[in-house]
Each structure stands twice: as C-alpha cells, then as structure tokens.
Design a protein around this ligand. Structure first.
Ligand SMILES: Cc1ncc(COP(=O)(O)O)c(C=O)c1O
Length: 487
C-alpha cells in the first residue's frame, strides 16, 4: 500500500476516487490541497452520497459536503490513536506530519489486536513442576535445591566448571568486576555497541569505561581497535583492569583474535554473553572464553527466569568469592560479622525452578529463532532490503534477534519505526552505541578505522525484527508483509 497512490486533489473525479479506494485496500482515500496538505478522508459511502446528490460519476470531488476532518499528528502514541478512533467510532485515522501532510493511515484493527512482540517469554512444560517443588518443600528463598541444581545443570550445558545463579545479568557483571579487583580510578575497556547494562557496573565501581568499536564481520568488538587502544593506554602505563567483550544478538565475538591480544597485554576478559546463551565459537560455548562470563535471563532473552543472571568461570576461587559477596559478604561466625561490602544478588529458588525448566528447552528455542531468521532472509532475498548481521564460518549464532541494516534507505528511521509500531509490530532499533550516550560523553572511543565507526553505521540504519521463539507463522507473515509494504 503506497500512500501517494490514494492521495487525490479536489479536481479529481468520483471515478478516480473509487480507483484510489480500491488501491488503498482500506476502503478510503485522502483528499489533499495543491500543497499536499490534508483536507479530509473520503470513503465509498461519501462517494455514493455524492453520486446520489449529483447523479453522475464524472463529478469532481470539490462537490463533497464539507466535514470536520479527523486526523492525528505523527507524534501521537498508539493509545491516543485508539482513543480517538473509539470516541468517533471510526476504523482508520490519517496521520499527518507537522506540515499537515498525510504520511500514514492507521487501521484500528491493527492496534486493537495484540501486537507482534520483539521477543517475549516462552515457557516450556517443566517450569511449573520445579516451582511446584519449591512450594511443596517451602524453599521460598534465595537458596535451595532449584538454585543448586540450576547452577550445576547450567554449568554442564555450557561446559564451564563453576556457575553462580544471581538476580540479574547486571549483578553478574558487577560481581565479575569486583572479584577482578576493579575499583575507583581503574579503566575498563568495553564494546561500544551494546545495552547500557554492560557498562553501568563499571561506573558502580567508580572506574572509567573506554569504548571499543565493532568490526563489520561480527558486529562485535573489533580486534584491531582493541589492539590500538591497549597500545595507547599501555604507553601511558595505564592498562585496563579488564576488557569486557559483548556477544551481541546471539553471536560470539572473534574470540581467537581478542583473547590473543588480551593475553599479550595480560588483561583479563569478562565475556558478556547476556544475549548469546547457546551460541558457539569454533564449537565452544559463547561466554566461556574469558576469565569470567555472564548470562542474562531477563524476560526477553532466549530463555528467561523473568529476571536473573549467571556468572561462570573456570576459576573456582573467583566464583566462591562472588558467591560470598552476593549474599551480603557474611564472614564465618555464629553471628552477623562483616568485613567487606556485600550485595543482595542471589537468585530465588522459585526463579531458579523456572530456569531449570527453560534450560531443558534451550536447544528448541535456538532452533526456532534460527528458523525465524531464515524465513526473514528468504522473504526479503529478492528485495535486498537488509544487510543481515553476518554469521561467519566457525560461528554459530542463536539469532536471538533477527537483525539487519537497511540497504539503500535514506529516510528517517524513527518515522519508519513509528509506522511499524502503528501497525502493531514491535520493531526495535539496534543499540545506540555507548560512546554516543550522554552518560558516557567524556569517555574515550577507539573506532574500527580512522573516520569509520562501524557501531555508528550499524545503529544509523539497523533494526531488530520480532524474533521470539513463540512467534507464530501468521505473526511473522504479518511482519514480513508490513515490512514489504513500508520499505
Ligand atoms: C548485552 C547485555 N548485557 C547485560 C544485560 C543485563 O542483563 P539483565 O537485564 O539480566 O541485568 C543485558 C540485558 O538485559 C544485555 O543485553
């Protein structure tokens, strides 16, 4: 549906208006003036009344009876649009830009039906049984058999010897920094293209983040930019206390190259695998390459405990230290004795039950997300709309989210995004790089190449499409059709 094909001026005939209405497939066309400004909506009912009044279909639209037109500004949210349509008992509303020109038409049925979500929780059959066990045994606490077993089962799944279940991925990142001794005045390198939760814990510790660009091959940390940054800070005698490598959208970073560089400078790696549980790099699970790795079970992740996280390491001492800190750092004594700052970061036994059930279906969830991604790829193949997030040889992405950068698109991406939302489709932009966030405006940034910031380019035209493992085939068809018509 192309808007310009059902915009008409007053000198058009009723016959032309009927053709435009048929073209819109919405039972309406829009009347505009010679400057493109909106005058009114025309339905086939309006045309019928006009023919009855004037008796022929060659009559011009300027003979329509004047009405008070209904419209909404492009800045209105969907709830306001629905409110207007309900109040006036109408099924569609034109959307105008600030110059009063039509840019879209919203159908009531699109915003009244449940939206197609980006990535919603997808429960299996076993979660409820583990929760039931917790209730039966009254283990309603941040410890208990589900927590212990979730840690063991998770560690086995990702082939890491030690795992600690926590209240969030952010808590896991925070403890990773604490046990590596990151403190006030330290520097921590961090991928720029990520969610703010990756870098916030650096600030909790009073340390300073330095951001590293992505490489085009993986969208994850660029090895050459990392090397340049290490050289630069090494020369000043101020090497970072840790390098935080983020594995975005279900895909590992280039770990061979990154580990080699970090080893050379003897800087430990924290691997933020919040978004990449189940991904692999050269057959090894994502999240197990660093000194410490973290995962998130937030509601939108590939498996969820509603909220939760996991810290993993081959180093038992680090995990034991984090375990101690995660429960208020209680020193061994028969009373409450504390000599260190502690945190309340443990996962509850009920949520760990959800996690155990979810872990059972992880492989199915990966399969579904990859299938969804492949369907998008084949649906848009001919149209060349997207440059998809690459999956190089030797990488196995879970395709947690189907992400791509728009090709040949020079419009306003925010406006496009609003058009999706108005059609009941939750499309999101790629993370806004952290070096461009006001919060980090004073932090250093090392780009891929001089004058070529990959993370900025990906952000500028990058979109994440609905990718939940419970996305129905009809839901995905709706997304595909809308993208085809809007782009
Ligand atoms: C890359 C990344 N790191 C860290 C986090 C934080 O995880 P959580 O929400 O469990 O605290 C998230 C997501 O939420 C994330 O996407």
């Amino acid at each position: 549906m192309r808007l310009e094909k059902f915009l008409l001026q007053s000198h058009s005939t009723v016959k032309e208006a009927y053709e435009a209405i048929e073209h819109s497939q919405m039972g309406l066309c829009l009347l505009i003036d010679e400057n493109g400004k909106f005058i009114r909506t025309i339905t086939d009912g309006d045309l019928r009344r006009l023919i009855i009044k004037c008796g022929e279909s060659s009559v011009l639209l300027d003979s329509l009876d004047p009405i008070q037109p209904l419209w909404a500004n492009r800045k209105e949210g969907v709830s306001k649009l629905l409110e207007i349509m309900k109040e006036h008992d109408i099924q569609h509303i034109p959307i105008l830009d600030d110059d009063f020109k039509p840019i879209d038409v919203v159908l009531r049925k699109n915003i009244e039906s449940p939206p197609v979500l980006l990535s919603s929780p997808h429960m299996g059959e076993n979660e409820i049984n583990f929760i039931h066990d917790a209730f039966e045994t009254n283990w309603i606490a941040p410890l208990g058999p589900n927590v212990e077993n979730f840690e063991l089962e998770f560690a086995k799944k990702i082939q890491s010897p030690h795992a600690l279940a926590l209240s969030s991925g952010t808590a896991a990142l925070h403890l990773a920094l604490v046990v590596l001794g990151v403190t006030s005045g330290d520097i921590v390198f961090c991928s720029s293209l990520t969610f703010v939760a990756s870098a916030n814990p650096i600030l909790y510790q009073g340390a300073t983040p330095v951001f590293i660009d992505s490489e085009p091959e993986t969208w994850n940390m660029c090895p050459s930019a990392l090397e340049r940054a290490l050289k630069h800070y090494g020369k000043m005698g101020k090497l970072p206390k840790a390098v935080m490598i983020i594995n975005l959208y279900g895909q590992s970073a280039n770990m061979d190259a990154l580990v080699k560089i970090c080893d050379q400078y003897e800087v430990p790696i924290i691997e933020d695998a919040a978004e990449s549980l189940g991904a692999q790099y050269k057959g090894r699970p994502s999240g197990t390459f660093g000194k410490l790795g973290i995962y998130s079970f937030n509601g939108n992740k590939i498996i969820t405990t509603s909220g939760g996280g996991m810290l993993v390491s081959e180093d038992e001492d680090l995990i034991n230290h984090a375990r101690f800190l995660s429960t208020q750092a209680k020193d061994p004594a028969n009373y409450y004795l504390h000599s260190k700052i502690g945190y309340n970061y443990r996962m509850s036994n009920i949520l760990a039950g959800v996690g155990r059930g979810q872990l059972i279906v992880l492989d199915d969830r990966i399969h579904s997300r990859r299938t969804i991604f492949n369907k998008y790829v084949s649906a848009f193949k001919e149209m060349n709309i997207f440059d998809w997030m690459p999956e190089p040889e030797g990488y196995f992405s879970t395709r947690w989210l189907s992400c791509g950068v728009l090709q040949n698109f020079n419009g306003d991406i925010e406006l496009k995004l609003n058009s999706f939302i108005r059609r009941g489709i939750e499309v999101r932009r790629i993370w806004k790089p952290l070096h461009t966030q006001p919060l980090f405006k004073d932090c250093d940034y090392f780009e891929h190449e001089k004058g070529n910031s990959i993370s900025d380019a990906i952000f500028a035209k990058g979109l994440c499409l609905p990718s939940g493992s419970n996305l129905t085939s009809e839901g995905q068809d709706k997304v595909i059709n809308q993208i085809k018509s809007l782009l």
